[in-house]
Design a protein around this ligand. Structure first.
Ligand SMILES: Cc1cc2nc3c(=O)[nH]c(=O)nc-3n(C[C@H](O)[C@H](O)[C@H](O)COP(=O)(O)OP(=O)(O)OC[C@H]3O[C@@H](n4cnc5c(N)ncnc54)[C@H](O)[C@@H]3O)c2cc1C
Length: 385
């Protein structure tokens, strides 16, 4: 059998159903939530009840039994309608994947049904103030004290802690045999004594917020450690590729929104007797961004398919994340220029996309760290850092 680029009726129906739900909310609603201190909870709840948030999780734990292809399509369509749900990158994609694959039966029963229907949200915390892109350098540690774990350290830029029931925290744990420190993942309830947070004021126009987290001798029960202590590295890798795919899907949705708004405007706006879209100075940047979006979308679906079929998705997921971030930055820039002054007005909402598109080049993994990966792994160049 050859390649088949047809998404098929099931995925088309999923796209249509998500687009239909999202159209009842839309970009104006999303911006209003962001600007008035509101939240996306209503959309989150509806998407969860419809089975969209947990479409990738196992059926026996309340999910849809599908994979990252479907989950990324959900986020892309929400973004294209102007109301992306950032916590989808984290809760079902990273945390859900890791717990489904590595959690104990009790952990799967405890967390997955709620993550799947959206009634529970789990944030993810790896980034630290002094480690940043170098996650090997994290200093949050976990030590054993009797039947309990004790976590101490700091995290930064952690999304959605205010709406989360728990945070999946990456901490270093001393190996029982060698004493060397290795990463391990812990589920930390957001109301755990010793865990505190401060919100980081951001220039993003978004209802989702980022936090600095302080773990000050947070005591956790033995079963807070996900799976076994030896599996930390494998768990992290299992979560990272879905995170990159979802980062790409987020970018693709925003890029489609920007291009749709820009094309509408370019067809209608006349200042020299013809629509401004007739000028190639306007149409070519939009067309070039459209090509980039389509290419990034192909790579995103390929990366998701590789994950879903149990294959190595590292290069594809990184490439998809890179391509989608570049596509959205170019799409939004062209959309702003197409709109002229109105591109920076609150009314069009285009200006709000500038920071959100630039964020795509930084998180969850920066453009430069992706290029480091591709140079080293795909081109077999020396490691540069
Ligand atoms: C809106 C937002 C939400 C986020 N949500 C979360 C979250 O929920 N959970 C979480 O754990 N983290 C989260 N992050 C953190 C995000 O993953 C980091 O910001 C990102 O990994 C970059 O780390 P840094 O900001 O410390 O930048 P730094 O590591 O300080 O990097 C700064 C610059 O230097 C470049 N650089 C660094 N090292 C190299 C190198 N070796 N070669 C070339 N260039 C290099 C980087 O590419 C970047 O351009 C979020 C960030 C943002 C902005």
């Amino acid at each position: 059998m050859g390649l088949d680029f047809d998404e098929g009726d099931e995925l088309r129906d999923l796209r249509a159903a998500v687009a239909d739900l999202a159209s009842r909310y839309g970009h104006a609603w999303y911006l209003e939530q962001a600007r008035t201190g509101g939240s996306v909870q209503a959309l989150w709840d509806e998407a969860g009840a419809a089975g969209f948030l947990g479409v990738n999780l196992p059926e026996e734990h309340g999910g849809g039994g599908r994979g990252m292809v479907e989950l990324s399509i959900v986020l892309e369509e929400l973004g294209a309608a102007g109301c992306p749900l950032l916590m989808m990158v984290v809760s079902p994609a990273i945390c859900g994947t890791v717990i489904a694959r590595y959690g104990t039966p009790e952990q799967r029963d405890r967390w997955l049904p709620g993550i799947a229907d959206g009634q529970l949200t789990m944030a993810f915390a790896i980034t630290e103030p002094d480690a940043g892109s170098n996650s090997h350098a994290i200093t949050t540690v976990a030590r054993r004290d009797g039947d309990e774990w004790v976590l101490s350290g700091q995290k930064v830029w952690i999304s959605g802690v205010d709406v989360a029931d728990a945070v999946l925290v990456v901490a270093k744990l001393a190996d029982a045999g060698t004493g060397t420190l290795r990463p391990a993942l812990f589920v930390v309830p957001t109301d755990a004594p010793g865990l505190s947070r401060t919100v980081i004021p951001m220039e993003l126009v978004s209802p989702d917020h980022q936090f600095q987290l302080f773990l000050d001798d947070v005591r956790l029960p033995a079963d807070a450690l996900v799976g076994s202590p030896e599996a930390g590295i494998a768990q992290l890798f299992a979560g990272l590729n879905p995170e990159r795919v979802m980062g790409a899907a987020y970018s693709l949705g925003t890029a489609r929104l920007a291009l749709a708004k820009a094309a509408d405007h370019a067809r209608e706006r006349r200042v020299w007797g013809t629509p401004i879209g007739a000028h190639q100075g306007i149409s070519h940047p939009l067309a070039a961004a459209q090509v980039e979006v389509e290419l990034a979308r192909l790579m995103t679906l390929k990366a998701a398919w590789l994950i879903d079929t149990g294959q190595d998705a590292g290069s594809a997921a990184n490439s998809a994340k890179y391509a989608a971030a570049e596509a959205v930055v170019h799409a939004v820039d062209a959309a702003v220029q197409t709109h002229g002054g109105s591109g920076l007005s609150q009314e069009t909402g285009i200006g709000a996309l500038i920071t959100s598109s630039r964020f795509s080049r930084i998180a969850p993994v920066s453009r430069e760290m992706i290029l480091n990966f591709v140079a080293q792994h795909d081109l077999r160049l020396p490691r540069s850092y």
